[in-house]
Design a protein around this ligand. Structure first.
Ligand code: PGA
Length: 255
């Protein structure tokens, strides 16, 4: 399978932005501007916006995702939300392993692995993020760091479950900084991620899995990034908060 056969995915990661009212307004604008997208469109919203987002996107081509979940299905975990609870309100996707969760909430590869398995078991699709820090890049250990993140997050995840996982390569130094990896740089790492998947699951699975790029993707640089052989879409932070910017990135996938 080559790139043409992997359907592109454009996912917005709203992070800690937008009240339910703001969610309704932003989604109204996006829905109005969305005309037969040539990609799958996902918006990953804060927990309190899920209800609004699910209602607004009913009968549209937009899927709703969460940005985190716990690995247990219920119990005494104050402040947490389980994958099972997310499914119960019709959430389709969850972002796991985002570098902000790793850095600010001490999420280790082991915790991420537990969350991945639990989310898949509950019937969620997972957007699994990996990425190296600037220091790791400067030490020339990007490959080691990322293959370890992939292998640990997918420990004991079987090949059938892998079909419900999308990977996202997000270099930490490119997130929210305005610094984007060059298309070649990003493609090299995504290719290496595909090779890691091939070693774990075989060539058919590695050709099939979608790998997104994330980190300061915007309407100007999206085309060059999305044209690369191993980049199948984008995980968009800042630019997903403005309907016009988000829609322009979605439009790029049509060309
Ligand atoms: P950014 O965020 O597009 O604002 O860099 C991407 C992400 O963190 O998913």
């Amino acid at each position: 399978m080559n790139k043409e056969k992997r359907y592109p995915i454009i996912a917005g990661n709203w992070k800690m932005n937008n009240t339910p009212n703001e969610t309704a307004n932003l989604l109204d604008e996006i829905i109005l501007g969305l005309k037969n997208p040539a990609c799958k469109v996902i918006v990953c919203v804060p927990f309190i916006d899920i209800n609004e987002a699910v209602n607004k996107t009913k009968n549209t081509e937009i899927y709703v995702g969460a940005q985190n979940c716990h690995f247990e299905s219920k119990g005494a975990y104050t402040g947490e939300v389980s994958p099972f609870m997310l499914r119960s309100v019709d959430v389709d996707y969850v972002i796991l392993g985002h570098s902000e969760r790793r850095a600010y909430f001490m999420e280790t590869n082991e915790i991420i692995n537990k969350k991945v398995k639990s989310a898949l078991k509950a019937g969620l699709k997972v957007i699994l993020c990996v990425g190296e820090t600037l220091k790791e890049k400067e030490h020339n250990i990007t490959e080691e760091i990322i293959s370890m993140q992939v292998k640990k997050a997918l420990y004991n995840v079987d090949g059938e479950s892998l079909d419900n996982i999308t990977l996202a390569y997000e270099p930490v130094w490119a997130i929210g900084t305005g610094k984007t990896a060059t298309p070649e740089e990003a493609d090299d790492v995504c290719k290496m991620i595909r090779r890691t998947i091939e070693n774990l699951y075989g060539a058919t699975k590695s050709e099939k899995i979608s790998i997104l790029y994330g980190g300061s993707m915007n309407s100007k640089n999206a085309k060059d990034l999305l044209n690369m052989e191993n980049i199948d879409g984008g995980l968009i932070g800042g630019a997903s908060l403005k309907s016009q910017d988000f829609l322009s990135i979605i439009e790029v996938t049509a060309n």
